[in-house]
Structures are given as C-alpha cells and as structure tokens.
Design a binder for this molecule. Sequence first.
Ligand code: NAD
Ligand code: MG
Length: 388
Amino acid sequence: MERKLAILGSTGSIGQQSLDVIDRNPGKFRVQILTAESNSMLLVRQALHYKPEAVVIVKENLLDEVTSLLKGTGIRIYGGHKALSEALRDFQPGIVLNALVGFAGLLPTLTGIECGMDICLANKESLVVAGELITGMKEKFGSSIIPVDSEHSAIFQCLQGEQKSSVKRLYLTASGGPFRGRSADYLEHVTREEALAHPTWQMGPKITVDSATLMNKGLEIIEARWLFGVEPENIRVVIHPESVVHSMVQFVDGSVKAQLSPPDMRLAIHYALNYPERTASGIPEVSFEKPLTLTFEPPDTKKFRNLALAVEALERGGNAPCVLNAANEIAVKAFLDGKIGFLDIGRTVETCLNRTDYIRKPDIEDLISTDKLARVRAGEVIDAFIYR
Ligand code: NAD
Ligand code: MG
C-alpha cells in the first residue's frame, strides 16, 4: 500500500532530492502535499508532475499566480505560513518530510507530532530551538522522528539493535568546510562565493554557510542531544574531510560502529522514508576497488567559535539555543547579502546570547517571542557592524 506523504520545502535542496528518492521507490509513496516559500514556478511544475492533493505557497503575494496556473487540476491551494500546519491537519499524511530551513520549520514539526504523524526530519532547527518540548510531545502523542540529517541518520543506523545503556559516546563527523586549516586573518576576509563553495556537499545556502562557520556542527550537537538522549559531554565532533564516514557511535565495551557511504543525502532520505525496512536504493555506493584513504582530526574550536557557542547554548539550556539559532539565521543572511564579514556571524551570535533574557523552561509562546526578540537584537548588532 502506498504511504501518503507531505514534503514541506519541496523546492529546496533536500525537498528536490526527496522527490528523486520517491521516483526511485515506485509504488511505495504517494505525494499528498508539496510546499514552497517563494519558488512558485518550481512548485507548480512539481504539482503538475506529482499531482498532490494540496500545495502551499508561503509568500501570499504569489497565491493568485499559483492558483491560476493550477486551475482545473483539483489541487487545493493554500497561501501563507500558517497554511503549512493547516494543510497537515486537513489531509493527515502518514509521513511528513520536513525539509524547511530555519525556525520556520518548527510549527509544522509540532503540528505533525500532535497529529501522531511520522516525521522524517531534515529541519534540524526544530530540535535546536525546541528539543526538550518536542521530546516531551513525541512521547505524549506517540509520534516518531526519523532523522534525515546524514550524521544523525548514521547514528540512528548504528544504534539499531543496541541498548541505550550501552552507548558511551557519539562522534559527529564534519567535513571542516571550505576553510579548514585557514588562519583567523584569512577567515576575516572570505567572500560569500568562497563560503558557498562547499568541498563535498551540494546544499541550500544557509546550511552551506553554517558548514563553513562550523555552526552546522554546533546545531547538530544540539540535534543529537535531543534525538538520542545523550548528555552533551558525550557528543564529540571529529573533522573528516572525505565525508564518507557519516558519524560513529562508541559503546561501553570500547567498540566503535560507523556508517559509510559517499556524500549523497538521498541515501539518508531513502533510509528514513523506508524505515524500519532496509531496501535497495540505487544510490552510488562506497567503492573499495581503488585505494581509499579516510582521515580524522580534532576541530579547531578557537578559530571556529560557533562550535563552542552552540555547546555553550546547549549547556545553558532553556531558550538559549533558540537565541543562538535566531541570531545565526539573521547573521548568515546579512553575510550572504554582503553586509557583514564572515567572522561577524559568530560575533553577532555571541553578543545576542549574552543579551537576551533567559527563560528556563520555555513554552511555545516563549520560543516564538524569544525568536522575534533575538532577530531584532541581531539586527541591531549587525547595524553596529555596518557603521563601525
Ligand atoms: P533550501 O534553502 O535549499 O530549501 C528550503 C526549503 O524551504 C525551500 O523549499 C523553501 O521554499 C522553503 N522555505 C524557506 N524558507 C521558508 C519559510 N520561511 N517558510 C516556509 N518555507 C520556507 O534548504 P536545504 O538545504 O534543503 O535545507 C533544508 C533543511 O535540511 C535545513 O534545516 C538544513 O539544515 C537541513 N539539511 C540539509 C542538507 C542538505 O544537503 N541540503 C543536509 C542535512 C540537513
Ligand atoms: Mg549534517
């Protein structure tokens, strides 16, 4: 029987790769909902091809255009951000693949959990911002989260058949990004184009910059903490430039399990969609026919401050990771817009972390207001950089 599926953010990097995975799994999934923020043309093309029951265009000024291009198809068309949750409630897909970027992914994740859906989660920011809240809700509503992020997919796979009490440590691997080994002086002046040239992964612009600053790995430590219930001090980062070992778990007996495959997100997506089954994917495999050298080294947290800032936010807990995430989103956008330098991203995040009021056990309203306030603060900090 085909499982009904919503792909939130279907026009993005993960969204498009998810559709490719669906094509490679004929007869298994039925695309029920597709969504885009502003790429209305691609959304319409996807809708005409996959014939979902509904589409959501978040930018409401594009609603008329999408409506007229899909006229006569019978597809229900929604506009606006709230419609992401509304469409999930109206159509009740069994699986939600959340491929939205940033804080915008949080409310749809919560809706999916409340409706008892299985969430294939690429949107790591949901867990960064509201990990504790989501963990509690997941138990209450009996829904499950299957990670799509490659490191977390690797750990999830390594943990199959293992007891939680036998886990000693998680090792998240990181490529190190395009600036691995560069001096602080060099980092001060890198351009947008250099930051967007990732050595091993093709991804959306926000996560690509996060990978260059190592904030991505910081966000992933927080994500792993909530997905696997492991204490922060037992989550380590190791730089692995080849991006073949996607992460590792060390057990109490000292043994280490790892998951290996070429850097291609489609395998993690395929695994999450088919879980708990493991099926043929047709996706390129690691070859041992030619010499293959895999290298590992510790990260430089002095030069790449963001990693340390994320750990600090996780240790503070409460709304601190929400502040970290919001400030980072605003700072990354300012960097991409050419307004601030590369190292100003970390400076913005650090200043905001130290300026926002602390809430120990935030509810969803607290998180929404923390996010708003932190964005305003980050904007002020960035203005000060611009006029320095
Ligand atoms: P992307 O920018 O390529 O795509 C984002 C998608 O979300 C698009 O469809 C866009 O229309 C939609 N969107 C953007 N802003 C929105 C908003 N405010 N409201 C509603 N929809 C919005 O991003 P991506 O690289 O595909 O990443 C998506 C998520 O997956 C991120 O959380 C990222 O960290 C995570 N992730 C991505 C990769 C990757 O290889 N791209 C790997 C691991 C994890
Ligand atoms: Mg990752």
